[in-house]
Write a protein that binds this ligand. Structure first.
Ligand SMILES: *Cc1c(COP(=O)(O)O)cnc(C)c1O
Length: 403
């Protein structure tokens, strides 16, 4: 056995022993609230399709029409010949939606974050990130080669200490402006595994005080929060001046796939010219851009869906706390039930699945040690009686002694 194979075998066994084995299931139906998973019909509370647009008629038909008009593959990167009219129109519409000068489309959020963070910060800079930021933001920070510091979760005092420390060091060295250490602060708008919202007003104030640039990844806020679903940044009343770098993804409330960054003309042009993860990859298929344009329209008109979602969130929180479950300080569609122990979280998830309900257990390293949880997510397509069914099954699990 080669040294590599031995390492693979041991590494895999260690994952299994720690209860951290991951396995994908196979979906045999469209994404939705009622899904066919490996041949079984399940009621699902685990997708990020918060508005139920992944299988929406208008979105599907926009994609089908665009395939008929533009074919399937984009054929090249944006800067070669892959930039289709559908991408161009989507970017214009996103700039208007986010009330920013310009937007730029990527084929995934992971790549958008790698591109933006690693392009805006370099070896002589500092990147400050919330401890619970999405992995792609952390990886972007590491790829940038900048001095990398994580601050305590949503703790502006912790952020302020680092900002001031680096700001002072910077002034002491009295470097010429163009060689100064820049500070980039990066946060999720809505934290993906906890559901809480970043304290954006405070963070943006601190950034302005300390000459730092603020980047917000609003993957889980767009479509769900704010006027017309404009997200957590708009909900906090903040504009391009306050949050110069805004990232959003299409794989969540938009129900499609891909991502964008929005900001000033200079920011977008800088990323186009400099960002390797933008330059050296094939453009998303034009049909996905077309589908996303259709979902952007629906997102803006989705006040009724958002109102229903809000009621479902209230219903779930009321019911689950009455049962004595530990919830998190979240008013978004992400409503985790804190369990702690990894094996216990797995057992509860398995119990629910046996009863026909799908809720995934989220374990380390996705979340910190000893904070395994069931990540319940709600969708505007859920009905009140379906949330009742989830609550009743959770109550049964308590009776069965699983929690
Ligand atoms: C899902 C997610 C991403 C990654 O987006 P993909 O398009 O799935 O690659 C980035 N940031 C956050 C906060 C996310 O939740």
């Amino acid at each position: 056995m080669s040294i590599f194979e031995r390492q693979w075998r041991e590494g895999l066994q260690a994952k299994k022993d720690a209860g951290l084995w991951r396995q994908h299931r196979t979906l045999n139906s469209p994404q939705g609230v009622n899904v066919n998973v490996d041949g079984r019909l399940l009621l699902a509370f685990c997708s990020n399709d918060y508005l139920g647009l992944a299988n929406h008629h208008d979105v599907k038909h926009a994609a089908i029409d665009a395939i008929n008009a533009a074919g399937v593959g984009s054929g090249a990167s944006h800067l070669v010949i892959g930039h289709h009219r559908e991408h161009e129109l989507l970017e214009e519409e996103l700039a208007e939606f986010t009330q920013r000068d310009r937007a730029l489309v990527f084929s995934s959020g992971y790549m958008a974050n790698l591109a933006v963070v690693s392009t805006l910060a370099g070896k002589s800079d500092t990147v400050l990130e919330d401890k619970l930021n999405h992995a792609s933001l952390i990886d972007g920070g590491l790829l940038s080669g900048a001095r990398f510091q994580r601050y305590l979760h949503n703790d502006s005092a912790s952020l302020e200490r680092y900002l001031q420390r680096f700001h002072q060091q910077n002034q002491q060295t009295q470097q010429k402006e163009y060689t100064q250490r820049k500070q980039l602060v990066v946060t999720d708008g809505v934290f993906s595994m906890d559901g809480d919202v970043a304290n954006l007003n405070e963070i943006s104030r601190l950034c302005q005080q300390n000459d730092a640039c603020l980047m917000v990844d609003d993957a889980h806020g767009l479509g769900v929060l704010g006027p017309e679903g404009r997200g957590s940044v708009a909900d906090a009343g903040l504009g391009q001046e306050d949050v110069p770098v805004l990232v959003g993804t299409f794989g969540k409330a938009f129900g499609t796939s891909g991502a964008f960054v929005a900001g000033s003309n200079e920011l977008i042009e800088y990323i186009i010219q400099m960002a390797r993860p933008y330059i050296y990859t094939t453009a998303m298929p034009p049909s996905i851009a077309a589908a996303t344009r259709a979902s952007l329209k629906l997102v803006q008109q989705a006040d009724n869906k958002r109102a229903h979602l809000k009621q479902l969130i209230y219903q779930f929180r009321q019911g689950a706390s009455q049962l004595g479950f530990e919830l998190m300080p979240s008013h978004t569609a992400i409503q985790p039930i804190m369990i702690g122990d990894t094996h216990k979280a797995m057992a509860l998830s398995q119990y629910l699945e046996n009863e026909g309900i799908l809720v995934t257990a989220i374990r380390p390293p996705t979340v910190p040690d000893k904070t395994a949880r069931l990540r319940v997510t709600l969708s505007a397509n859920h009905r009140f009686d379906e949330v009742d069914e989830l609550l009743e099954t959770l109550a049964q699990a308590q009776v069965a002694g699983l929690v």
